[in-house]
Design a protein around this ligand. Structure first.
Ligand code: HEM
Length: 398
């Protein structure tokens, strides 16, 4: 734990470990909600190098949208060691950030999105039909983790045989120790570098080829930038989607009327998917104050790190009536909630992720409309810069 900086009022200090939120409650969203209900709108944790946590929707919106006062370059909780390769575009700002993003966007919308979703849908059906007759599965490892990896492999044109290796790499987002995290990134970067070199020599139409041969601000991307950007697309898209599917499946397993309504009115899946996504934020991006700034009346000093638990936005009763309830008659839209962030870093994969959640619900509920948790094998979830569902045993009658 760090010493509390002198500008932090003692009443705002809370001993919160973002890598162990489940110590407050095993249900991570309930844990964040309990903390929110008992906290000021901004708190300071002395853990993980010391950082602020905005607790309320309006403070989260300010931090994510004010990219002059809160920058992304170099920001992480706890901070990466000096000299670490930045993740791109998430740890960059300004014109360079915009240039980096433009290399990704063509692959996560339109035709490439549709073709990736078609192939993921095929895999989803195969997986579900593979275990449907068994009456049980581990939703996380038998199903959810496979879909985003398939999509990533399609977009970057990497071999399907790398799936298991890639799912292990995704754990990097929950490693609090900067040295251990850097070692994991080292492995990932070595894997990516090998493919980058091949695509530089032999470019195709895939995303890695485009990034590897891309130009930013009138110059070619450096090798470090290429690797940092491919790594970000990898970690950005794998664990986030799989975890959100896990939280949704666990919720549906115990909320029978909600599940029955989605089965009876399947058109609500697409119509209300944003309300479902609103309730299950998983990402925790970081920022650093670029200047002394007043945040909701509280003094934040230049250099202070900020951890933004996006889940807290969707859980805030001051913003959403009965925030814990997935209300299929409420129409949250992508600009109301912050599960995908907002401002210049808003998730470029949001449309893709949204389509993945829709296809999961459509294909799963059609085949396994009734399912429940396994009482003796509870869900295993972990918190960090992405909240993950590591294991979710489910059962149904066959
Ligand atoms: C349910 C799934 C997902 C959630 C909840 C999610 C959430 C987020 C959030 C909150 C941010 C903003 C970070 C910030 O403000 O610093 C972000 C950025 C990002 N996401 Fe996602 N994401 C998801 C899926 C995906 C997918 C499928 C991809 C793959 C293309 C992806 C790639 C990225 C990238 C590259 C960034 C960095 C954007 C930038 O810095 O400009 N994400 N995501």
């Amino acid at each position: 734990m760090v010493d509390i900086p002198s500008h932090v009022p003692p009443e705002l200090v809370a001993d919160v470990d973002i890598y162990d939120i489940q110590s407050i409650d095993p249900d991570i969203h309930v844990a964040w909600k309990k903390l929110q209900d008992n906290s000021a709108s901004l708190i300071y944790s002395p853990r993980n190098g010391g950082h602020w946590i905005p607790m309320r929707a309006h403070v989260i919106e300010r931090v994510l949208s004010d990219n002059k006062a809160f920058i992304s370059g170099g920001a992480w909780v706890p901070p990466n060691p000096p000299g670490a390769l930045p993740l791109i575009p998430i740890q960059s700002d300004g014109d360079l950030h915009r240039a980096y993003r433009s290399l990704i966007m063509p692959y996560v919308i339109g035709k490439p999105l549709k073709s990736a979703i078609d192939s993921a849908r095929k895999l989803a059906v195969e997986l579900i039909e593979g275990f449907q007759g068994r009456g049980h599965c581990d939703f996380a490892t038998d199903f959810a983790q496979h879909l985003p990896i398939q999509i990533f492999l399609d977009i970057v044109e990497l071999p399907a045989g790398d799936r298991i290796f890639l799912s292990e790499l995704a754990e990097v987002v929950r490693m609090p120790d900067p040295e251990v995290r850097m070692e994991a990134y080292g492995k990932m970067n070595a894997y990516i570098a090998e493919h980058v070199d091949r695509r530089i020599a032999n470019p195709g139409d895939d995303m890695i080829s485009r990034i590897a041969n891309g130009q930013v601000l009138g110059r070619p991307m450096t090798r470090d930038e290429i690797i940092g950007e491919c790594a970000q697309v990898l970690v950005g898209g794998l664990d986030t989607v799989a975890s959100m599917m896990g939280f949704i499946a666990a919720h549906l397993a115990v909320n029978v009327p909600l599940r029955q309504r989605l089965c009876a009115e399947p058109e609500l899946i697409e119509k209300r998917v944003d309300e479902i996504i609103r309730r299950f934020g998983v990402a925790g991006p970081a920022r650093q104050a670029a200047m002394d700034v007043e945040l909701d009346g509280i003094q934040v000093k230049a250099g202070d790190p900020v951890f933004v638990a996006t889940a807290l936005h969707g859980l805030d009763d001051q913003r959403w009536t009965n925030s814990m309830v997935v209300d299929l008659d409420r129409s949250a839209t992508g600009t109301d909630f912050q599960t995908f962030g907002s401002g210049p870093h808003r998730c470029p994969g949001a449309a893709l992720a949204r389509s993945e959640i829709i296809l999961f619900l459509e294909e799963w509920l059609k085949r396994i409309p009734d399912f429940s948790l396994v009482p003796e094998k509870p869900m295993v979830a972990a918190s960090g810069s992405v909240t993950g569902v590591l294991s979710l045993p489910l059962q149904w009658t066959v």
